[in-house]
Design a protein around this ligand. Structure first.
Ligand SMILES: Nc1ncnc2c1ncn2[C@@H]1O[C@H](COP(=O)(O)OP(=O)(O)OP(=O)(O)O)[C@@H](O)[C@H]1O
Ligand SMILES: [Mg+2]
Length: 309
């Protein structure tokens, strides 16, 4: 049995239509997802994340390259892949004329679970997603976050070996997101594998053991969040509101990242007092904290944009 849940080699996808020029969405993506791990794909809008997930989930055929999921080629053996995966699509919606309980139950029955198992798993998953009170209301009457939770509950109830989750927590409040994180951790503890996308970098950091940053259809960086943060060139982030004009003075102390009218400097703790002295001299305040995945992401993608232009 392959140790990898997903092995992608040089995956390419060009969308073609008669009326518009072709769109190269993936230009050779290689990545691996070890079994039992939670892996996140990060990237700007249009980077190619959903395209990749759809190919790996057998919903779209690649233009080139190869993806193996649970040891099977998605293009030539999709029927062996499908029973092992479950997908929360981006912007998926529950059936409006079903209740969350009916939807989760029906989905499990369609996937071959017997009635009592489907009922038990549906109830459990709805409970985990905090939906017990609304589980018997038509989905059309649910709030946006409750609908999204219904989608996640339906899919996690399958306990499929591999879950593809495209922005699973979009629109959820901070408490609900943490409940989702907890249930994802529980799923991988029990042996499932999770490949997700998210634009919430705190979520990516809290949840995933490995990250891939995709930009314009290519992997531009990957590693643990600690590894990605180390590539930024410092461990400390100093933000000086109104400090954009100090960029030239502070460039010698580390990496300056303009941030609206503010200036964010990535540097090492040893340089802190000198930098604060400059801010104070200019009658500016500063906030200091550890470098976050957000800085690592902005810098990696920023470099990629610079190289392109
Ligand atoms: N059916 C399609 N036909 C033509 N172009 C498409 C199609 N689907 C996606 N694209 C284009 O392919 C590129 C990648 O899109 P994709 O949906 O994979 O990005 P994404 O990383 O998921 O973005 P987001 O963060 O906004 O969800 C974009 O330029 C998009 O406009
Ligand atoms: Mg997407």
């Amino acid at each position: 049995m392959s140790e990898l849940a997903v092995r992608a080699e040089e995956v390419r996808k060009t969308y073609r239509s008669r009326r518009t020029p072709p769109v190269e969405a993936l230009a050779g993506v290689s990545l691996t997802v070890p079994r039992g791990e939670r892996v996140a794909l990060l990237g700007r809008n249009g980077a190619g994340k959903t395209t990749f997930l759809r190919i790996a989930a057998t919903l779209l055929r690649p233009s080139g390259g190869r993806v193996e999921v649970m040891g099977h080629d998605v293009d030539t053996e999709p029927d062996l892949v499908r029973p092992q995966i479950a997908v929360v699509p981006q912007e998926g919606r529950p059936f409006f004329h079903l209740t969350p309980r009916e939807q989760a139950y029906a989905y499990l029955r369609a996937r071959g679970f017997d009635g009592p198992t489907a009922r038990r798993r549906a109830d459990e998953a709805l409970g985990q997603m905090g939906l017990t009170e609304v589980a018997d209301r038509l989905s059309i009457t649910l709030s946006g976050g409750q609908r999204q939770r219904t989608m996640v509950a339906t899919v996690i109830a399958t306990e499929a070996p591999l879950l593809f989750l495209d922005e699973p927590t979009i629109g959820m409040d901070p408490f609900a997101r943490r409940e989702v994180w907890r249930s994802f951790r529980e799923l991988t503890r029990r042996g499932s594998t999770i490949l997700l996308t998210t634009h919430y970098l705190d979520e990516a950091e809290a949840l995933s053991q490995r990250l891939y940053i995709i930009d314009r259809g290519r992997v531009i960086s990957h590693g643990t969040s600690e590894e990605l943060k180390r590539q930024v060139g410092g461990t400390l982030r100093i933000t000086i509101p109104g400090g954009h004009r100090l960029a030239a003075d502070l460039a010698a102390f580390g990496t300056c990242v303009p941030d609206g009218g503010a200036l964010t400097l990535i540097t090492e703790p040893a340089r802190l007092s000198e930098v604060l002295a400059i801010a104070v001299r200019e009658k500016l305040t500063a906030t200091v904290g550890p470098v976050t995945l957000e800085e690592a992401f902005l810098q990696a993608v920023g470099h990629s944009i610079d190289e392109e232009s």
